[in-house]
Design a binder for this molecule. Structure first.
Ligand code: LLP
Length: 434
C-alpha cells in the first residue's frame, strides 16, 4: 500500500504529518484525504464519459454522510443514494441537487416518502408492495408525479471472490424475480398514471473483487427487461446495478481498479443490448465504500498496555467499536501503523483493543508494530467507509470528530461530540403520583 512519510518518520496524510493533525484536533479522529475521494469518484465518472455512456454515479451516502462529504460529492458531479430522512436531510442541508438524489429503503415510512416527494428528488427505488400502496396514495393526494426504479433480487449474492446463485433470493430487499413478484409489482406501477417506472435496480452485495457477479446480474436483468418489453411494451431507460465495488483493507485484499469495474459493466450492458436489440439504457451505479473507504484514516492515541506472557500483548486505544464497529460486527480486518515512528521496523505483534466495556471490542487482533509506548499515535487505514456512519454512543462515549485534508490544509468538518452533549436528548423523569 502506498504510504507517504516525511524525513522525521512521520506518516503524512494529504501531505500533512498525522501527528500535527492529531495535536490540532485530538484523538480518536477520522481524517480524510479529500483528493483521494475525488480521484475515486473520477475513476468511475471518467470511465463512463470516455466510453460516451450516459450514466449516473450515485454516491451511497450510507458509507459516510456529512454535509462536507456531500459538498465534495456534488462538486464531483455525483448523484446521491439516500436511505432515510436523516440522509435526505443531510443532502438537502448540503444543497445537493435534488433531481440527482435517489431514495432507497426496505421499509420507507410515509413520512420518508412524503419528504422525498416534497423535496422533488429524482427517483425512489421502490422495494415492496406496501411501499407501492403508500407511494401511489401519496402522489394521488399531492396531485404529483414520481419517477421510480423497481428494485429486484436477481438471485445472485456476491461476496469478495465468490458469488452464490440461488433461484430465489432470501433477502429483505426488493422484489423476487423468479416467483413473479417483480412482474406483479411492475404491473401495479404500470397502471399508475402518476408513477413512472424508469428502469430496474439490483444490488448484489458488498466488498466484491470480481466482475462475474455483476455481469451475471446484468444478464438476468436484461432477460427480464426483454421479457417485459414483449409483454408490456416497457423499455427501461435506466439499469441500476448498485454498489459493492471492493477496496483494499489489508495486503490480502486484491480489488480491481475502479475504472475496471465500471468498464466491465459497460461492456456487459453493451453486449446484452446489442444481442437483444434493446435500446442502450443509462447505466447507474451506487458505490459507497469505493469512493470514501481508502480515503479515510483513523488516528488513535495508545494508552494501557497489557502483556500476557506467551499469549499476546493488548494495547488499548482511546476509541474502538464506538468509532469502528466493523471488526466486532464482521470480523473485518485492517492494517495499522505507528504514525509517529514510521521508519522503525515493525518488530512486535500486538492486539489493538478499544476502550469499550466489551471483550469483543478489538480493532485488530494481530498487527506488527515497532515496540509501542504510551501516547504513540496509531493510524488505522481504510476506515473511510462505514466508520463514522456506523459510530455509536456505547458506554456514552461521544462520537469522534472528522477532519478533511486538501491542498495541504486541514479543516474540521464534523465536530467532536463531548460527554455533555451525549445527554442532550435526555429528560429528567418526574414520577407522577396517582
Ligand atoms: N446500493 C445499495 C442498494 C446498498 O444496499 C449498498 C450497501 C450500496 C449501494 C453501497 O455499497 P458499497 O459500494 O458501499 O459496498 N456496513 C457494511 C456494508 C453494508 C452495505 C449495505 N448496502 C460494511 O461496513 O461493510
Amino acid at each position: 500500500m502506498n504510504r507517504t512519510i516525511n524525513d522525521n518518520g512521520q506518516l503524512l496524510i494529504g501531505g500533512i504529518p498525522a501527528q500535527d493533525i492529531a495535536e490540532a484536533y485530538g484523538t480518536p479522529l477520522y481524517v480524510y484525504d479529500v483528493d483521494r475521494i475525488r480521484t475515486n469518484a473520477r475513476a468511475f465518472v471518467q470511465t463512463f464519459k470516455q466510453h460516451e455512456i450516459p450514466a449516473q454515479v450515485a454516491y451511497a451516502s450510507k458509507a459516510f454522510s456529512s454535509i462536507a462529504m456531500l459538498q465534495v460529492a456534488k462538486e464531483e458531479g455525483l448523484s446521491l443514494d439516500v436511505v432515510s430522512e436523516g440522509e435526505l436531510h443531510t443532502a438537502l442541508e448540503a444543497e445537493f441537487p435534488v433531481e440527482k438524489i435517489h431514495m432507497h429503503g426496505n421499509n420507507k415510512s410515509l413520512d420518508e416518502l412524503d419528504m422525498a416527494v416534497d423535496a422533488g428528488i429524482g427517483c425512489i427505488v421502490v422495494d415492496n408492495f406496501y411501499e407501492i400502496a403508500l407511494l401511489s396514495d401519496l402522489v394521488e393526494k399531492k396531485n404529483t408525479k414520481m419517477d421510480v426504479l423497481l428494485r429486484v433480487t436477481p438471485g445472485i449474492e456476491a461476496h469478495t471472490h465468490d458469488y452464490i446463485l440461488t433461484g430465489q433470493e432470501d433477502s429483505k430487499f426488493g422484489f423476487d424475480l423468479s416467483s413473479g413478484q417483480a412482474e406483479q409489482a411492475y404491473k401495479l406501477l404500470h397502471d399508475s398514471e402518476r408513477i413512472h417506472v424508469k428502469g430496474l435496480h439490483c444490488h448484489i452485495g458488498s466488498q466484491i473483487f470480481e466482475t462475474s457477479g455483476f455481469t451475471l446480474a446484468t444478464q438476468k436483468l436484461f432477460a427480464t427487461m426483454n421479457d417485459w418489453r414483449e409483454k408490456f411494451q416497457f423499455t427501461a431507460e435506466v439499469l441500476n446495478l448498485g454498489g459493492g465495488f471492493g477496496i483494499q483493507y489489508t495486503e490480502e485484499d486484491d480489488p480491481l481498479a475502479l475504472d475496471q469495474y465500471a468498464f466491465a459493466l459497460i461492456e456487459e450492458v453493451k453486449r446484452q443490448s446489442t444481442n437483444m436489440g434493446y435500446p442502450m439504457p443509462e447505466i447507474w451505479i451506487e458505490p459507497g465504500r469505493a469512493i470514501v473507504g481508502d480515503a479515510g484514516v483513523t488516528l488513535y492515541t495508545l494508552g494501557a498496555i497489557k502483556d500476557i506472557p506467551g499469549i499476546r500483548t493488548y494495547v488499548s486505544v482511546d476509541g474502538g467499536m464506538t468509532d469502528n464497529i466493523r471488526p466486532a460486527l464482521y470480523q473485518a480486518k485492517y492494517d495499522a501503523v505507528l504514525a509517529n515512528r514510521m521508519n522503525e521496523s515493525r518488530s512486535r505483534e500486538y492486539a489493538i483493543a478499544g476502550k469499550c466495556c466489551e471483550s469483543g471490542d478489538m480493532l485488530l487482533w494481530d498487527v506488527e508494530l515497532p515496540e509501542v509506548e504510551h501516547n504513540d499515535l496509531l493510524a488505522v487505514f481504510s476506515t473511510g467507509a462505514y466508520g463514522y456512519s456506523m459510530a455509536n454512543n456505547y458506554n456514552r462515549f461521544g462520537k469522534a470528530a472528522v477532519v478533511f485534508i486538501e491542498n495541504g490544509m486541514h479543516q474540521l468538518v464534523v465536530r467532536r461530540e463531548n460527554f455533555q452533549e451525549v445527554t442532550r436528548l435526555d429528560l429528567t423523569y418526574n414520577k407522577q403520583e396517582n
